[in-house]
Design a protein. Structure first.
Length: 289
């Protein structure tokens, strides 16, 4: 009988240990970005407000990963032609909300003091010129990874103004054809025709657009920096322009940044980004800082 108890005890111990290790393996993720710099072109002024949460999580992830100095461009409101589904008043509101999401997250998390967050409509020329500068600085050893978190038009306008020989050092990361095919001035094929590299990953909504309650850990967190992220993302859920965000906390576009942080297509980055990895990276940082 004692031998049986001992056997069962050991068996339970090993099973418990295996579960812990599996849990750790499923959430822990190496920070192993590829060489080069990163640029983000987001919308947020379009009917879908998910870029609010995506922007806050993106900025926090880069800071928490120690990669804030490799972010060389960030612009928002890149949907250059207003959709009839959003009123002029709500559109103006979104511009302000996206600027707050950028500036306030960057200020609270720190490390982005030298970066200007541009409004792609209200500061269109400055936005394009800033992205041009980042493209022109690109080399084989220092490529530019552009995160397409909105329509592709601003990317196309910047590529058009930059030398063809620089485009082979530019990689455009995308996760959803809804962005690729929504341009008012450039098709996705026209973006690829510039000679940039397409880096396509699966739809990040699958694991990063979740039932609202699953982000309660952030809402109730001891650290105000994480509570701020939840607050910004929560605006998308209570927005009344679209209905498909109801009951959801969405930072899906941040999955492309998570993919880059963890290696992209060079170092086998995490293609199926999920909340647990985001949580692990952010909490690890705030515990140490």
């Amino acid at each position: 009988m004692n031998h049986l108890k001992h056997f069962l005890s050991k068996r339970i111990y090993f099973i418990f240990t295996a579960l812990i290790l599996f849990s750790c393996a499923s959430t822990a993720q190496d920070i192993a970005p590829p060489k080069g710099r990163i640029a983000v072109v987001a919308d947020g002024n379009s009917p879908d407000p998910d870029d609010l949460g995506g922007t806050a999580v993106t900025i926090a992830l880069l800071r928490a990963s120690g990669l804030e100095d490799r972010l060389v461009h960030y612009s928002h409101s890149c949907d250059l032609v207003r959709d009839d589904r959003i009123s002029e008043k709500a559109e103006k509101e979104r511009h302000h909300l996206m600027q707050v999401a950028c500036d306030m997250t960057a200020r609270r998390w720190g490390g982005f003091e030298q970066l200007t967050f541009f409004d792609a409509i209200w500061q269109k020329e400055e936005t394009i010129n800033d992205l041009c500068w980042a493209i022109n600085a690109s080399t084989e050893d220092d490529p530019l990874w552009i995160i397409e978190a909105g329509e592709p038009d601003i990317i196309g306008m910047a590529l058009k103004k930059t030398p063809k020989e620089k485009h082979k050092f530019v990689k455009v990361v995308t996760h959803h054809p809804a962005n690729d095919n929504a341009g008012d001035f450039y098709t996705w094929q026209e973006i690829l025709d510039f000679g940039v590299e397409e880096v396509r990953i699966p739809d990040q909504n699958i694991n990063l657009k979740l039932d609202h309650y699953k982000w309660d850990w952030a809402k109730d967190h001891d650290d105000p920096r994480i509570r701020l992220i939840w607050t910004i993302g929560n605006i998308a859920e209570i927005d009344n322009v679209v209905k498909f965000q109801k009951g959801k906390w969405d930072c899906s576009d941040a999955g492309m940044v998570l993919y880059w942080i963890t290696g992209a297509n060079v170092n086998d980055g995490l293609q199926a980004g999920n909340m647990e990895v985001v949580k692990s990276i952010l909490e690890d940082y705030v515990k140490k800082n």
